[in-house]
Design a protein around this ligand. Structure first.
Ligand code: NAP
Length: 436
């Protein structure tokens, strides 16, 4: 129990049981490093050490000691962030065995271990039933992460953010890699807020070119950190104006590139619904509800393509600041939308699950032909249902979300993304988890 086991009895019967197990061929017995006995095991002896409080200082030396003491060395530690979890691969590259970073920040170590020829990994039989924190289920290893197809040349991608547990990006990108037969795997990277943790992870990646790490999706709260780390000169121009990078590409030579696929995702979803090219937005009148991160990206892009934009927000000062920066008008959210808006875009969280009965507007203006809600859960919000009944074309947050992932896939692989597969993953997840 002192190393996380569930056995609560005396040591002597425990060792007798393990010795008995060792009499069978093909059975591996896992014995903690500090147990001062030698077990004669026919299958193989795993010598292990578990640290639930941190990462042992002398990790390399410890792994060597465990390796000398048995057939398979195993160390499980608790990383402060995914940068420290990468140390597991430093060990596996030297000595085949098991090196596992526990907890949510360590999930990548359990999945990517296959690339480095790990002896094995630990999977939970079902969600919440793992023997240590952070274990994916067998089903997740097999179908989400495609454990069986991971090999030495597999490229690695991930999503960096905080929180990250409910991100749909691992499901969407892994399914896309599978459908397009791309030898790659995509993992969640729980990284605490702040430039420090973000920069440490990026530095740790770049120190290890042998990881074949080729890209990152970046989400809240790290989009600004990503831009600062990469530097404006190596980022898309509009991403720099928006102040946020959501896509990092790493070349085989280690060069970094930053893009923002949120704004083209939104603009292209809108243009598709209107049957126009981006240039066709010029001169159109748009009411943007909200003045947060999503609004900023969409306003910047709308203005870039020449639309006339009114920003309406609960905190009017925030709308005014955004309006000043991009040459728009500003007003309060509660006011009726100005009579001439042809396009209405909701960038607030009003109407998002669980508050699905709420709507950011009291009425849809007569002039409005298209309504776009960036919220994707639920897929059809109150606002979109009203717009549909009023005869407007509608654009959902799912359209935008799928577009940004499609754009990431195409930037990274330079191939055509399996859009239908990616959309199905998102729709299935949203309907499955929320009981649509
Ligand atoms: P954010 O930066 O936190 O901004 C939130 C915005 O919503 C602010 O304008 C805020 O107004 C407003 N707001 C929040 N609660 C409100 C309330 N009760 N009443 C009135 N206004 C309220 O968030 P964000 O990142 O921009 O995200 C905004 C929305 O965009 C979310 O629903 C998110 O799901 C969606 N989104 C979708 C995608 C996609 O791919 N589909 C991508 C990104 C974001 P104040 O300024 O007054 O606080």
């Amino acid at each position: 129990m002192r190393e996380g086991g569930k056995y609560a009895g005396d040591e002597r019967p425990r060792l007798a049981l393990l010795a008995h197990a060792g009499e069978f061929p093909n059975v591996f017995v896992d014995l903690e490093q500090d147990v001062p006995v030698r077990l004669d095991v026919r299958g193989g002896l795993i010598r292990s050490r578990h640290d639930f409080n941190g990462c042992p200082q002398d990790l390399d030396n410890l792994f060597a000691v465990l390796s000398a003491a048995g057939d398979v060395p195993k160390v499980a530690f608790t990383p402060a962030g995914p940068d420290e979890a990468l140390r597991a691969f430093d060990l596996l590259r030297q000595t085949p065995g098991m090196a596992l970073a526990m907890g949510e920040a360590g999930v990548l170590s359990r999945v990517v271990a296959k690339k480095f020829g790990a002896f094995g990994t630990f999977a939970a039989l079902s969600a919440g039933e793992g023997s240590a924190p952070g274990q994916p289920t067998i089903e997740e290893f097999k179908t989400l992460y495609r454990w069986d197809s991971i090999g030495p040349r597999t490229a690695v991608y991930g999503v960096i953010g905080h929180p990250i547990a409910h991100s749909m990006s691992p499901a969407i990108h892994n399914a896309a890699f599978a459908a397009a037969s791309v030898d790659a795997v995509y993992v969640p990277l729980l990284t605490p807020p702040g430039a420090g943790p973000f920069n440490r992870f990026m530095d740790a990646l770049r120190e290890r070119p042998w990881l074949d790490w080729r890209g990152l999706s970046v989400t809240i709260p790290h989009k600004e950190n990503a831009l600062a780390y990469i530097g404006a000169a190596r980022c898309d121009e509009l991403a720099v104006r928006i102040g946020a990078v959501n896509t990092i590409t790493i070349s085989p030579e280690g060069d970094l590139r930053g893009d923002n696929t949120d704004y083209p995702a939104a603009i292209d979803a809108l243009c598709a619904a209107m049957g126009i090219a981006r240039a066709g937005l010029s001169g159109r009148s748009v009411a943007v509800l909200g003045a947060g991160g999503a609004a900023r990206a969409i306003v910047a892009a709308l203005r870039h393509y020449g639309a006339r934009v009114a920003i309406l927000n609960r905190t009017v000062r925030r709308a005014e600041l955004l309006a000043e920066e991009f040459g728009c008008t500003a007003g309060p959210l509660g006011a009726a939308i100005g009579g001439e808006a042809e396009i209405v875009i909701n960038c607030t969280s009003i109407g998002m699950r669980p508050n699905t009965g709420e709507c950011p507007v009291t009425s849809i203006p007569e002039s409005t032909k298209v309504v776009f809600d960036t919220i994707y859960n639920p897929i059809e919000t109150q606002l979109l249902a009203r717009a549909r009944r009023a005869g407007c074309a509608t654009v959902t947050g799912v359209d935008m979300f799928v577009n940004q992932a499609v754009a990431q896939f195409e930037i990274w692989t330079k191939g055509i993304a399996p859009r239908g597969v990616m959309r199905n993953v998102v729709v299935r997840r949203l309907t499955h988890t929320t009981g649509h």
